[in-house]
Design a protein. Structure first.
Length: 326
């Protein structure tokens, strides 16, 4: 199998984790990094032994022999940076949330399809082994028909009005940063809802601090979802079925295993140990897609990511959250 030359565009905290995990992927090489700061790019490159470091995102396009770009900039920049790479013919793995809105996501998808270039949202949760195991169990009817799902994601964050989490210009707030995880997991197991209700509380900068969502599905199932930047929650997901319950153990967005309780039987614990941070699972999957000449992932298709952004848009509409320029 060929070696794939990766680039990272945007060198914040998550870029460091991705770079470390990329070393765990066979036939993967971190070939280039790009930052708006030449010094930052050079320091990052020196840390990870990267041959090419450029001081602008546009300069990345001139780096030879690139196979795929991982976009790790703030949510507000995903649309512009994905289009920059896609229009240059570079395959893209774009960090979640895919974009600020479904409209932006749609433009990204259209650009990829028009040019025949691979594009995938970097929703790493989808590629953890435990998620695949959970989907198999649910589809096999191991806990009967799922009737309710609960998922929460919260951590206490120090208030910084200009920081990424609280700055509306950077598409801050709990929804796009961590609320997309409960929305993602509910969509993965239950599909598209037929009804959505959302409430929130806001920060002084005008982004959501807490967001609570109630969803209903044509199957008769419901979901209760929460995200918050004000308190640390259990970060758990439980699926309640007619024949039992299934828990994603550990932090549900990066699960370390499953616990299944079928009524009338002893609980079954299914460990699923991981290595690294867990970003290497999505990177390896992207390489498999590229090796097969695919333009999107069969496990995380573009239609799924667009549907998720449409759902987030509806939540934002209900809670009255708008970003500058919208």
């Amino acid at each position: 199998m060929r070696t794939f030359n990766w680039a990272i565009l945007g060198l914040g905290n998550i870029a460091h984790k991705f770079a470390q995990d990329l070393a765990l992927v066979p036939q993967a090489r971190l070939h280039a990094v790009a930052s708006r700061s030449p010094t930052k790019a050079q320091e990052f490159a020196a840390t990870y032994g990267v041959p090419h470091a450029v001081g602008s995102y546009e300069a990345l396009l001139a780096v030879p022999d690139l196979d795929v770009v991982y976009i790790a900039t703030p949510h507000s920049e995903h649309h512009a940076h994905a289009l920059l790479c896609l229009r240059a013919g570079l395959p893209v793995l774009c960090e979640k949330a895919f974009a600020r809105s479904a409209g932006e996501a749609r433009e990204m998808i259209e650009a990829a399809q028009e040019r025949g270039v691979f594009l995938m949202e970097a929703f790493w949760t989808r590629f953890f082994p435990a998620i695949g195991q959970a989907l198999e169990l649910v589809r096999a009817g191991a806990i009967g028909e799922v009737k309710h799902l609960v998922a929460d994601f919260g951590f206490a964050s120090e208030y910084n009005p200009t920081g990424r989490l609280f700055n509306p210009a950077l598409a801050g707030g709990s929804l796009l940063d961590i609320g997309v995880y409960p929305l993602f997991i509910s969509q993965l197991f239950l599909g598209a809802p037929v009804a959505v209700r959302a409430v929130s509380t806001f920060t002084a900068t005008g982004v959501d601090l807490n967001c609570a969502m109630a969803l209903a599905y044509a199957s008769g199932a419901t979901a209760s979802l929460v995200s918050t930047l004000a308190a640390t929650t259990d970060n758990r997901c439980v699926l309640y079925g007619t024949a039992g319950q299934l828990h994603l153990t550990g932090r549900f967005h990066a699960p370390s295993g499953l616990r299944m309780q079928v009524f009338g039987q002893e609980a079954q614990v299914i460990p699923s140990p991981t290595t690294g941070y867990g970003y290497h699972y999505e990177a390896a999957h992207v390489q498999q897609c590229l090796a097969q000449g695919l333009l999107e992932s069969p496990l995380l298709p573009l239609a799924f990511s667009l549907q998720l952004m449409e759902l987030a848009d509806e939540v934002r509409r209900q809670i009255g959250l708008r970003y500058p320029g919208e």
